[in-house]
Write a protein that binds this ligand. Structure first.
Ligand SMILES: [Zn+2]
Length: 277
């Protein structure tokens, strides 16, 4: 007999009915007696989504100004003036220097990339992202602030464009969701939105829907509905502040659900409070 995968439930059905799909539903390799049990189990999983440890966050990055002086892009005096101006303008240092005509765009991007310990690109042809390498939805790409532009033939390495400072949490989440080694390249702040807009506009194959959700209950209910409709067979999720990113995968479609961490966290505190009294 098959027993419901939600442990608190314990309901069971004869194997033959489960195999024929006449009882409950299958999701992520487990059998649930009902959509309610699947939704409850999914909710528990999402509420436990912890922040990903970000890699390479331990070593303090060298200050951009000092780096640009070392690279002879600017002089000490330039930096002193730019820092003073920056206090009034509120601009990031790179922008401030550009506005003052100190250093070229390329030199600044090179400096920002060196500061982050990654590569940089002064130009990426938008046609490289139109087919949506790595198979994300455009909404996910926009939320992550990271645009995949090349996936290696063996799918093991993913090259992505992002702006500085590096969105390390998003990069870690992308690595988790795709299973690929993610190589980040810093690009100009003005280029990134153009890449986001072009991403996946000519995607072949499996369509990807995306939605921003308002609560854990919404996400859990959506998962249960999709499983019941046979449109989702499994899910992946990862915390990618400010979102918990949930991907539902079925044979013919994928769906990305973005749940604000604040929403996930807010409701996660409820059961704990209730049982502690
Ligand atoms: Zn059950």
């Amino acid at each position: 007999m098959a027993r419901c995968a939600r442990t608190e439930c314990g309901r069971w059905r004869p194997d033959v009915l489960v195999r024929l799909g006449r009882a409950g539903l299958r999701f992520d390799g487990s059998w649930y007696c009902s959509t309610t049990c699947l939704a409850t189990a999914a909710r528990a999983v999402l509420q436990a989504a912890h922040a990903m440890p970000t890699w390479a966050a331990a070593t303090p990055a060298p200050l951009l100004g000092r780096l640009l002086i070392q690279q002879r892009v600017i002089a000490h005096e330039d930096l002193r003036i730019a820092l003073r101006e920056q206090r009034a303008s509120g601009l990031r240092l790179g922008r401030q220097l550009l506005q003052m005509g100190l250093g070229s765009r390329e030199a600044i991007i090179r400096g920002l990339a060196a500061q982050a310990g990654v590569g940089y690109l002064t130009h990426i042809d938008a046609s490289r992202v139109r087919r949506g390498p790595a198979g994300l939805s455009r909404d996910s790409v926009r939320a992550l602030g990271v645009v995949p532009f090349e996936l290696s033939r063996d799918s093991e390495r993913l090259s992505v464009a992002c702006s500085a400072p590096l969105p390390r949490v998003a990069l870690a989440a992308l690595r988790e969701m795709t299973g690929a080694i993610v190589d980040a390249f810093v690009v100009d702040d003005d280029l990134l939105p153009r890449l986001v807009d072009a991403y996946a506009i000519e995607r072949p194959g499996v369509p990807i829907d995306a939605a921003t959700m308002t609560s854990v209950d919404d996400v859990a209910a959506r998962i249960a509905v999709r499983a019941e409709q046979g449109r989702a067979e499994r899910m992946q999720h990862t915390r990618c502040d400010p979102f918990v990113w949930v991907r539902l995968e079925g044979e013919r479609r994928r769906e990305d659900l973005l749940l604000p961490v604040t929403a996930a966290h807010k409701e996660a505190t409820w059961p704990a409070e209730l049982t502690s009294r």
